[in-house]
Design a protein around this ligand. Sequence first.
Ligand SMILES: *Cc1c(COP(=O)(O)O)cnc(C)c1O
Length: 376
Amino acid sequence: MSAQDPLDSLGDLPERLLLGPGPSNAHPRVLSAMSRPLLGHLDPAFLALMDEAQGRLRDLYGTENPLTLPLSATGSAGMEACLANLLEPGDDIVVGVAGVFGERMCEVARRIGARVTRVETEPGTALEPEAMAAAIARTRPRVVSFVHAETSTGVHQPVVEIARAARDAGALVVLDCVTSLGGLPVKLDAWGIDAAYSGTQKCLSCPPGLSPVSFGERALARVRDRETPVQSWYFDVSLLSGYYGGERAYHHTAPISAIYGLCEGLKIVEEEGLPARATRHYEAAAALVAGLAPLGFEPLVPEAIRLPMLTSVRLPEQIRENEAALRRRLLDRHGIEVGGGLGKLAGTIWRIGLMGENARVENAERLVEALKSELG
Ligand SMILES: *Cc1c(COP(=O)(O)O)cnc(C)c1O
């Protein structure tokens, strides 16, 4: 198929190596699991699988939270679900904004009617726990929310210090684990996180479409104590718990095939073990940074706070003007997708994901070789 042909059937879909900020390639075992015969969402065989998926999610999240479930929607829906359940109109929230996804949290909270205090940091830098603590002390918020792995910049944000400051002030802590879960250790209980959400298409190597979420006891108590009903019927955890909390009463139809895929994806993570998986991510990222350096691409983020699954690189001056065309050539001629910069960083950086199954030295090398051939 040439690049100009319109896609006239699924048979024409090209194969891509997805090295952008997500989705990443799904593991073949996940895709195969998803093609298994459908069951009903109340079928005992399916419910056993759901139990298994929820148990594996608890393990991966490092939590005993009973209400840990794969929400039937993408990562942004997990964000919306956490904030919609914990906030009521007029409540205060402090949001750590270190990129696009912190920004999105502010907008979601604003639409719920919360009073939003933003604690901002330059893209490519880490949130300052002292600045977060000062805003928390000043506004005594109901909720403090921030991103663990900020995919728009590639920065690993400090979790423990911020969570402690929030807890000390009696606030609930919401953590975005969309890009971290399945690639780096996540320890909700040890870190004192009250609610968290993730997505399946990044380091879990499943297709997009599910958002693993987890609500702790303090968060659920807050939902019970609300004065107003949760604005969203679909995301109201007191209703969701009718199905996902154990009774298995109908709420909405669980996306059967996606759950098969998630179950298999979580099994693969467990087989490898998270320490080995995190190491694999760090090794692939190191190979990428080393391979790109001679071509003039410099990492945006200092090594101490750099994420392994998403590397932002500054573009050499001479390709900035035509960076979009170069990305297009990587796609068309080499079948490799990488991501451009967002917001302030558009046109000056690329975002390269080596996520989940894709986090392999050979994938880093394949991209470096393709770039070498394009840059001559
Ligand atoms: C991708 C991403 C999201 C949004 O997830 P969608 O599945 O695109 O809705 C939220 N937060 C972070 C950190 C992400 O990387």
